[in-house]
Design a protein around this ligand. Structure first.
Ligand SMILES: NC(=O)c1ccc[n+]([C@@H]2O[C@H](COP(=O)([O-])OP(=O)(O)OC[C@H]3O[C@@H](n4cnc5c(N)ncnc54)[C@H](OP(=O)(O)O)[C@@H]3O)[C@@H](O)[C@H]2O)c1
Length: 333
């Protein structure tokens, strides 16, 4: 029997989640049954989309269940195995995050070959957030030569990959993020023009200062005022990849939509929302390109790490307060 702690959803948040919405519990894990593995998690991710799963609302993923452990990406090590395909010491990825360890059918974990990268990179730059950047830019926005690219949330997990992929492909990139430390990071990764949106009263004016001739692609992580500004600054035939709208995830009442949406008609814009899981088939191509970009020094990443399962709720809430530079992670092992 092995004890493992986990974070459960105690109550559904209204607005920004608070400590009382979560509870820390301990479970005893028996030896894994035939066909099962026992895994000790080393890293787990917290991601903005998890906020939506805390609501009792129908969406593209089912809501988290009250009184049950939360779920999400994790990387761990097999500690005991009742399945011939796995042995102790194997590194695996799963969706059994928010817990220190678990037993699961072997089919619900995937062996992880890190190819020399740190294991936790597969929760960030080399994992779902990195692929999101790749899919949004190359497939949804259909990036083409000469495009001027604007990305919001540019110092985060997805945004910093968007900025660097666009730079690696030779584009002019404008990135917006909150605060001087994040702006300094954007400059370090080669972003051509930066906007500290927290220091700006008029985002449209700031964007037009950065891109006097307008933008061709907007990768939206934030929604709200950023989307309004991007519509104002878009050039004819611009493409908008709608990835997320974090400025609205804790809203108790949804604000009205962009008042300038009508600009889409005259400027003949295309706006498309997407969910990365519809494009998992692009992962091998993304990994090939990423590996070349890393070797050429064109892509790098930062992590903000909270330690210990008991800190996972703080790490999660920190996403909405801008406490992360790069990928927000929780180290468990
Ligand atoms: N469609 C998909 O398949 C998919 C997949 C992954 C992620 N996403 C979306 O992509 C976006 C970024 O996700 P991520 O994992 O990379 O998170 P992240 O950017 O690493 O972390 C969240 C960041 O959002 C910014 N933020 C928080 N509240 C904000 C507000 N009110 N206004 C402006 N910025 C705010 C903060 O940065 P600042 O300090 O700069 O404000 C914070 O650091 C999210 O909207 C997420 O839901 C979508």
């Amino acid at each position: 029997m092995t004890a493992a702690r986990e974070i459960r959803l105690k109550s559904r948040p209204s607005g920004l989640p608070v400590a009382d919405n979560f509870e820390l519990a301990t479970v005893d894990l028996p030896a894994p049954a035939a066909g099962e593995v026992q895994v000790k998690n080393l890293w787990m991710t917290v991601d903005p989309y998890m906020r939506g799963r805390m609501n009792d609302a129908k969406s593209y993923v089912p809501p988290f269940q009250l009184g049950k452990a939360l779920e999400g990406g994790a990387v761990g090590e097999v500690t005991a195995s009742g399945d011939g395909g796995f042995k102790p010491g194997d590194l695996v990825q799963s969706n059994f995050g928010w817990r220190e360890g678990f037993n699961a059918p072997a089919a619900q974990v995937q062996k992880l070959d890190t190819n020399g990268l740190p294991a936790q990179a597969f929760l960030g730059a080399a994992g779902m957030p990195g692929l999101t950047a790749y899919v949004g830019l190359l497939k949804i926005a259909a990036l083409k030569e000469g495009d001027v690219v604007f990305v919001s949330g540019a110092a985060g997990a997805v945004g910093s990959m968007v900025a660097q992929i666009a730079k690696a492909k030779g584009h002019t990139v404008i990135g917006s993020a909150g605060g001087p430390e994040k702006i300094a990071f954007l400059k370090e990764i080669g972003v051509d023009h930066t906007i500290d949106y927290k220091a700006e009263k008029d985002l449209t004016a700031a964007l037009l200062r950065a891109a006097p001739d307008g933008i061709d692609v907007y990768f939206d992580n934030v929604g709200g005022d950023h989307l309004v500004a991007a519509l104002n600054a878009a050039r004819p035939f611009g493409r908008f990849a709608l990835c997320g709208a974090i400025s609205m995830y804790n809203a108790t009442e949804l604000p009205p939509g962009p008042p300038n949406l009508m600009l889409m008609v005259g400027k003949q814009l295309r706006m498309e929302g997407f969910i990365v899981s519809s494009s998992w088939d692009m992962m091998p191509a993304f990994h090939r390109d990423l590996s070349a970009w890393v070797k050429e020094g064109k892509v790098k990443w930062k992590e903000t790490v909270f330690e210990g399962i008991e800190k996972a709720p703080d790490a999660f809430v920190g996403l909405f307060k801008g406490e992360n530079l790069g990928k927000m992670l929780v180290k468990l092992g």
